[in-house]
Ligand binder design. Structure first.
Ligand SMILES: Nc1ncnc2c1ncn2[C@@H]1O[C@H](COP(=O)(O)OP(=O)(O)OP(=O)(O)O)[C@@H](O)[C@H]1O
Ligand SMILES: [Mg+2]
Length: 222
């Protein structure tokens, strides 16, 4: 079976005040449709950097990334944003919700970018919030939600476009252990439904939910 995602010899070099820092050093990996993979490694090992590159939020210094066989960094910035909208659902450690916006509107946002008509947008956003157990919190603003509930809104926002790949960078990092387990139950459910998930975590208990673990150290896969 061909890979859904291939990362080929990806390096990322940051330059600050004349000092060169290699955050990723020729990383290659490949992920099949439906896989649940965890990326682990010490702080500063390049986990978020590789997630941002896979998630089309940042470009590599060298190397290639293929999603469904397509060389994504051949695209200009606008095309890249479209690839991101179509293929990627991103969940961040800090939730990154719009503060003055209800759960429902937060989840609808990617559908606005995708030019989905209003009626369908509402229906899909509602259905996805129901899937993550928030049917009674659709009108709440983020400040009126617990951390775990905010992360569930963020997961609904990542899923509502039906992306091919769900990327989650320390999604339980800001949550107590009970809320973290609830979030992992949701990822387990999506994995069983055939979704492809790449999850960054420091915690062994969280990584256990994945079927494969990729370890990074000093920007290299070990
Ligand atoms: N914009 C930047 N400019 C310069 N250096 C950067 C930049 N972004 C990241 N780095 C460096 O790249 C390295 C990898 O950062 P990254 O955020 O990928 O680490 P991480 O593995 O996600 O760590 P953590 O577990 O703490 O989140 C770090 O040493 C960091 O300081
Ligand atoms: Mg990180």
């Amino acid at each position: 079976m061909t890979s859904l995602l291939s990362v080929v010899n990806v390096s990322k070099v940051y330059q600050m005040d004349g000092v060169v820092f290699q955050a990723l050093d020729s990383v290659s990996l490949s992920i099949k449709k439906g896989e649940f993979v965890a990326i682990m490694g010490p702080s500063g090992s390049g986990k978020s950097t590789i997630m941002h590159i896979i998630g089309c939020l940042d470009r590599p210094t060298s190397g290639k990334v293929f999603i469904e066989g397509k060389d994504i960094f051949k695209a200009d910035d606008q095309e890249l944003a479209e690839i991101r909208n179509t293929h990627i659902g991103f969940v961040f450690q800090q939730f990154n919700l719009l503060r003055k916006t209800s759960s429902l509107s937060n989840v609808e946002l990617p559908l606005i970018y995708a030019k989905v008509p209003a009626n369908e947008r509402h229906e899909r956003a509602k259905a996805t919030l129901v899937e993550v157990g928030l049917s009674d919190k659709m009108s709440n603003f983020p400040s009126q939600l617990s951390g775990g509930q905010q992360q569930r809104v963020a997961i609904a926002r990542a899923l509502v476009t039906n992306p091919s790949i769900i990327l989650a960078d320390e999604p339980t990092g800001n949550l107590d252990s009970k809320s973290g387990r609830d979030i992992m139950t949701i990822f387990d459910r999506f994995h069983k439904a055939g979704k492809t998930i790449i999850l960054v975590t420091h915690e062994k208990d969280i990584a256990k939910h994945a079927k494969r673990i990729i370890s990074l150290k000093d920007g290299k896969i070990i």
